[in-house]
Ligand binder design. Structure first.
Ligand SMILES: [Zn+2]
Length: 467
């Protein structure tokens, strides 16, 4: 029985782990390495194994850094099933197609560059068509139901509370009379996230090996209720002075959280009843998937639905735009409105137009609700720079900038500590993945204060563990 860490090793993207047992090969996830196009292209293109040699894949959740290389795996000869919860399957469908579209678009940029260097053109990593051809491989399995992906392995999805359908994967491995219980955390969510149930901790499961993410191992999060209160104040202030609120947000997860909050504020008449627009085709499609999977909602969401008699993601003032014309029509509106649009780091998509059109008016607010990577326009905005370049032109910013932390759908440091501690009494080892060095070292140090902790590893890519 062997476990090899193939991705999300000392970094946060490209989640991929291989289990070899009874002559079979089981892949946990097949995520995309994300970063600079030229660097990640080859890294994503070439697998460390023959895709046809894999017998089964299990996917924890639909985020692209966990699912995004599945179409390439299938394109290169993978024949087997992809196990996921029903909601993960449906979210993966829209996200993989969107990703295929991005790869088709990005390759033009890369090939232009190659042409100038005298190099031959390359194919996109995968296309929308490849994403579509991946979907028949999915097998839907509900939470807490045992299934057998390969001989000697019994698997179960356990609530992870991170995005719709997200799960930890509990694996009972058996080979030649030896039994091992392994828990792969996937991405760990947070208690009190709107819509979703709280993550289940690996307490009392008798885990031998815990593989866990550590994205925020060095940072405690702000309280969600506090973030919600700040959000309330920013909306109220801006709308009352006649301004618009422009919110760049990731289409899957963050947008639905914001819609839920605005729904609550408007239902309780805590902010002016202005029109609200979700202007991102992917976000609109994602909200559809959320609506189709109320089985994933938590009790608070059900209470809200029964109290206000409308679904959590729809209310009278809210419009999900579809066409480009509908999106453009928002440009000419002079009244106070709220626009939520993507991309979340203001790098592409319709949000660029909304920022451009509203940046000159000091009554408006651009509200940053997530971490912004260095060198993105979102980061420049978050740093309150006055001069902003969009589509090659310079704009002077008069609109207000507000930033709200604390809305992350990842566990913060405190929960990560509790998570590891809950498995520690039985666990023989803990393997930290999906985190940068500072995060992993900070978490490791905190955990090792506890003398009863089992060995904690932070493996390099391609490290193999004998289980
Ligand atoms: Zn995730």
């Amino acid at each position: 029985m062997k476990l090899t860490i193939l991705g999300a090793a000392q970094t946060v993207t490209g989640s991929k782990h291989l289990i070899e047992i009874n002559g079979k090969r089981l892949l946990l996830e097949c995520g995309l390495f994300q970063g600079q196009r030229e660097k990640t292209y080859q890294h994503n293109l070439n697998f460390d194994f023959d895709p046809a040699s894999i017998d089964a894949v299990i996917l924890s959740h639909a985020h692209i850094d966990h699912s995004g290389n599945l179409p390439n795996l299938v394109k290169q000869g993978y024949q087997g099933p992809i196990y996921a919860t029903p909601a993960t399957r449906d979210l993966a469908e829209i996200m993989l197609k969107d990703s295929g579209h991005i790869h088709e678009y990005d390759i033009k940029y890369l090939n232009n560059k190659r042409k100038k260097q005298g190099l031959p053109p390359v194919e996109p990593l995968y296309t929308i068509h490849d994403a579509v051809m991946t979907m028949p491989h999915f097998r839907e399995i509900g939470y807490e139901r045992a299934f057998n992906p390969v001989k000697g392995v019994t698997a179960r999805f356990i609530e992870a509370g991170h995005i719709l359908g997200s799960a930890a994967i509990l694996l009972d491995l058996e080979e030649r009379g030896k039994s091992i219980r392994l828990w792969f955390s996937g991405d760990i969510g947070r208690p009190d996230l709107p819509l979703l149930r709280d993550p289940v901790l690996p307490k009392g499961y008798g885990i031998d090996t815990l593989i866990m993410e550590c994205t925020y191992g060095d940072r405690p999060h702000d309280d969600i209720q506090e973030a919600f209160n700040e959000f309330h104040l920013v909306l109220d202030r801006t709308l009352k002075r006649g301004g618009k609120v422009i919110i760049p947000a990731f289409s899957v997860g963050r947008t639905q959280t914001l819609v839920y909050f605005i729904n609550q504020l408007m239902s309780e008449e805590k902010i002016p009843q202005v029109p609200v627009f979700v202007d991102s085709p992917l976000a609109t499609a994602a909200s559809d998937v959320y609506r189709r999977h109320p089985e994933c909602f938590d009790q608070e969401t059900w209470d809200m639905i029964s109290e206000y008699r409308h679904p959590a993601l729809d209310f009278d003032q809210l419009t999900y735009t579809h066409s480009v014309e509908e999106s453009k029509a928002l440009n000419s509106r002079k009244d106070p409105i709220i626009i939520i649009s993507a991309s979340g780091m203001v790098e592409a998509g319709r949000i660029l137009h909304h920022v451009k059109n509203n940046i000159h008016d000091e009554r408006n607010t651009i509200l940053i609700v997530s971490w912004q990577a260095p060198h993105t326009l979102g980061r420049r905005l978050a740093e309150r720079k006055r001069e902003i370049r969009i589509f090659g032109e310079s704009y002077y910013r008069r609109a207000q900038i507000e930033t709200i932390n604390g809305l992350s759908s990842h566990a913060g440091q405190r929960l990560l500590v509790d998570y590891a501690k809950s498995a520690a009494p039985e666990a023989k080892q803990i393997i930290l993945v999906h985190g940068e060095e500072p995060a992993a070292y900070a978490l490791k140090e905190l955990l090792e204060e506890n003398k009863t902790m089992p060995p904690i590893h932070f493996p390099e890519r391609m490290t193999t563990f004998e289980l």
